[in-house]
Write a new protein. Structure first.
Lengths: 573, 217
């Protein structure tokens, strides 16, 4: 039983917690970071091992120790989800992610308004709970810039201060300056994708990624080994906060990192402020940190769970939940996958970074006319490895063979032997809408290894508008496969109702305390010294991977704490 | 040396299943000296047991996984890759929580084959084995309760792929059999821009594993 004091305690030292740790400790604040998982070194990833990292999910939570349960609706019994699609170590998901680093579109920050303006209010499904973000792209732009340059993102601008540039993403929101370094090498699959989509009139470009294309800030450029998404980087070229901001935080002398720390309660007093947190240490010791500011930055499930578990007589529905919206409006990327295979060439998908390699943005957001389509929003369409990883385990367990070929026996052997080095996967990552009943609460039956109730997700994406979007994107993606000249083009099996990747929401930000949990700074409407960072605060998800937006918001939150809140604690809005 | 060892293991498993007794290396001499009652070899593992599976279940799993990924001339299959060894070691370690899943799955498979063919799975012809697997994928093997026949099939399929394609350090993918089958060069630390622009098979340099490398011919 130890009690420590700090200016700030950060629960969850991942992709956003790691940035807040650096920014606040550099400003002279004493910061303690609590991380449930272990700390890895770059040398830990010298063993490039698809079984360990892709198949056995070594860098993700153990679903037996840390279960999260899922049920499609309130009448069904919840069962543990596996795998759990987030990180479980210092650096969080940025250690194992594919490092795809987007800025959201201007329209992504105002889906509700944009839809009503262009298509009328009836275009929004009746039960959909979508709201606009409480800030605009322009307000976040300086922090996107900060994240790209601090962390190291490679890419090519497609919209420089309003000037469209071919070869970059011409649909991107205007940026003030170029990326800090040029795009990664364009591989064979990207070239084939590029040739195909151009025939259809689309605008392909290399996906921006937080992977160094050349030496940057003392780290080497990418080696293109192909053990990338789901793996840690064996040369430190992936701009994980593990090798970027966390060493910066430690260099200040103001940051203390505690690993193996399972936070189980946030303390609050009768004045309506939070006073610190308690956690179990790796030796099961019971410890407390008292702090002036509490920042929650674990994955969305632990944010909601912690706030619900920390209820008091003053906050009977859980902390930061006077609105009743805590846990609600959960969204995930569903999307459709199409596979292509070639008789006339090798693709060698296993080379280079394996997540979304090359992309078109023509079918994303509101970049095309949705009139009469029966859905709004769209998808990022990219070429990638079949399981984001691209080795033979991912191909054999993540890519069903084309119709007519069984998944076992001599025909399957012939298929995988011929096409492993001649296939590619296309992914339409759809922008799925928020609904209030897609929600996280506490499972009454399942407990984790610490005896705490497991978070429970109630979620089924298969609503008419969401299915229509996925089906449309599958058809478009099949067209792309044929335009690429593939011998075989086929779809993945239809997804069940369970969630896809990039879970977001649950503690959304908004302009109105009655329908949101936090303000634009991630600050609780109810408790001004409680902040939330990460994808849980996103009101919508766009078709883009979320990490860079989470990180830009973390820089904005840090800026507000250092320059405003520290001098005069109180509501920032 | 190693492949000889494997052949003797295979011969041993086949002969055990056929009820001929433990014909491990050197047993021939023993047989000429003293006739061995067939029932008396229950404790003779002949040095051929793995870390978890018993001999009957080993024979079933080896035969089953070979049907899922059958070898052919120039195309290594599950037996060549040592998928049985991979699964056996995994069940003794990382997948220890699946021990009873396998135990019960093997028992149901044996029961189904006995009822249908009056033989164990490993004794059936390849066509009969495929018919059993098809019945399992279609849920038409009533001997299975938990695990269901589909769940047992799916798990065996996944573990077969793992044993084919995981690094050899885990006990399968022997001599990179799986990686040679599909043309995967393994744990290459670097690919060049020219490698990534090529529309040909990658043949520069040896196949690399965590503990070994093999130069391709």
């Amino acid at each position: 039983m130890a009690t420590e004091k700090a200016d700030v305690v950060i629960v969850g030292v991942g992709g956003t917690g790691g940035i807040l740790a650096a920014e606040l400790s550099k400003a002279g604040m004493k910061v303690i970071g609590l991380e449930r998982g272990p700390r890895h070194k770059t040398s830990d990833f010298a063993g490039q091992d698809e079984l360990r990292y892709f198949q056995r999910q070594d860098l993700r939570p153990n679903p037996k120790r840390q279960p999260v349960t899922w049920r499609p609706n309130a009448n069904a019994r919840a069962v543990p989800m596996a795998p759990l699609n987030y990180g479980n170590q210092v650096g969080g998901g940025t250690v194992h992610y594919g490092a795809v680093s987007w800025r959201f579109h201007e329209s992504d920050f105002r889906v509700r308004s944009q839809t009503i303006e262009r298509y009328g209010a009836s275009a929004i499904p009746e039960d959909c709970s979508v709201i606009d973000w409480p800030l605009s792209y322009a307000e976040l732009e300086p922090f996107y810039d900060r994240a790209e340059y601090d962390l190291g993102v490679s890419g090519k601008a497609g919209n420089l201060q309003g000037r469209k540039i071919e070869g970059g993403n011409i649909f991107e929101a205007p940026r003030q300056r170029e990326f800090p370094m040029p795009p990664l090498f364009v591989d064979n699959s990207a070239r084939i994708f590029e040739e195909g989509v151009k025939k259809l009139g689309y605008h392909p470009f290399p996906t921006p990624r937080a992977i160094l294309s050349e030496p940057y800030k003392g780290r080497p450029g990418c080696a293109y080994c192909g053990f990338c998404s789901t793996h840690g980087c064996h040369v430190g070229a992936k701009s994980s906060v593990l090798v970027t901001t966390i060493p910066e935080a430690e260099a200040t002398g103001n940051f203390k990192l505690v690993t193996g720390a399972m936070c189980y309660r946030i303390h609050s007093d009768n004045s309506g402020r939070v006073t610190g947190v308690s956690y179990y240490g790796p030796d099961n010791s019971d410890n407390t940190v008292e702090a002036e500011i509490v920042i929650l930055s674990p994955f969305i499930y632990d944010i909601v769970r912690l706030l619900l578990l920390s209820k008091t007589s003053k906050f009977p529905e859980g902390l930061a939940n006077s609105s009743g919206h805590l846990g609600r409006h959960v969204m995930t990327h569903i999307g459709g996958r199409v596979f292509v295979a070639f008789d006339d060439r090798y693709v060698n998908m296993f080379m280079g970074p394996t997540a979304q390699k090359h992309t078109i943005d023509d079918l994303n957001g509101d970049n095309f006319d949705h009139g009469g389509l029966g859905f709004i929003l769209g998808a990022q369409v990219s070429v990638q490895g079949p399981g984001f990883d691209a080795g033979p385990i991912a191909a054999s367990v993540g890519m069903p063979p084309p119709r007519g070929i069984p998944n076992w026996g001599a025909p399957y052997r012939e298929f995988i032997a011929k096409y492993f080095a001649r296939h590619a996967a296309l992914n339409a990552q759809t922008d799925n809408l928020p609904f209030a009943d897609q929600m996280i609460d506490l499972d009454p039956d399942v407990r984790d290894a610490w005896g705490l109730p497991a978070p429970r997700l109630t979620y089924d994406w298969r609503r008419p508008s969401e299915r229509a979007r996925v089906e449309y994107m599958l058809r478009k993606t099949e067209e792309i496969g044929r335009a690429m000249g593939a011998t075989h083009v086929w779809r993945a099996n239809e997804r069940p109702g369970s969630p896809g990747g990039h879970h977001q929401g649950g503690a959304r930000m908004g302009s109105d305390p009655k329908d949101s949990v936090v303000n634009r700074y991630g600050q609780s409407w109810d408790i001004h010294n409680l902040f939330i960072a990460g994808g849980s605060i996103h009101p919508t998800i766009s078709g883009f991977n979320p990490t860079l937006t989470m990180q830009a918001l973390a820089y904005m939150t840090a800026d507000a704490i250092v320059n405003r809140y520290k001098k005069s604690p109180g509501p920032l809005v | 040396m190693k492949s000889k060892h494997n052949e003797s293991r295979r011969a041993f498993l086949v002969s055990t299943v056929a009820g001929a007794g433990a014909v491990a290396a050197g047993a021939g001499l023993a047989q000429t000296q003293q006739p061995e009652p067939v029932a008396d070899h229950t404790h003779d593992n002949g040095g051929k047991l793995g870390a978890f599976l018993n001999q009957d279940d080993s024979a079933a799993i080896e035969a089953f996984t070979e049907r899922l990924m059958p070898g052919a001339p120039g195309q290594p299959g599950a037996r060549d890759a040592g998928v049985l060894n991979y699964i056996d070691l995994a069940l003794a370690g990382a997948y220890a929580d699946l021990q009873d899943f396998y135990r019960r799955g093997c028992a149901a498979l044996e029961d189904h084959c006995r009822k249908t063919y009056s033989k164990s799975f490993a004794q059936l012809t390849a066509a009969e084995q495929d018919a059993v697997i098809t019945a399992m994928t279609e849920g038409k093997a009533p001997s299975f309760t938990w695990p269901t026949s589909q769940a047992f099939f799916n798990t065996l399929r996944t573990h077969t792929m793992e044993g084919m394609f995981a690094d050899p350090v885990y006990g399968g993918n022997k001599d990179f059999a799986g990686w040679r089958l599909v043309g995967f060069p393994g744990a290459q630390p670097v690919f060049t821009e020219a490698d990534m622009a090529s529309r040909e098979a990658f043949t520069r340099g040896p196949i690399l594993g965590l503990q070994a490398q093999v130069r391709r011919s």
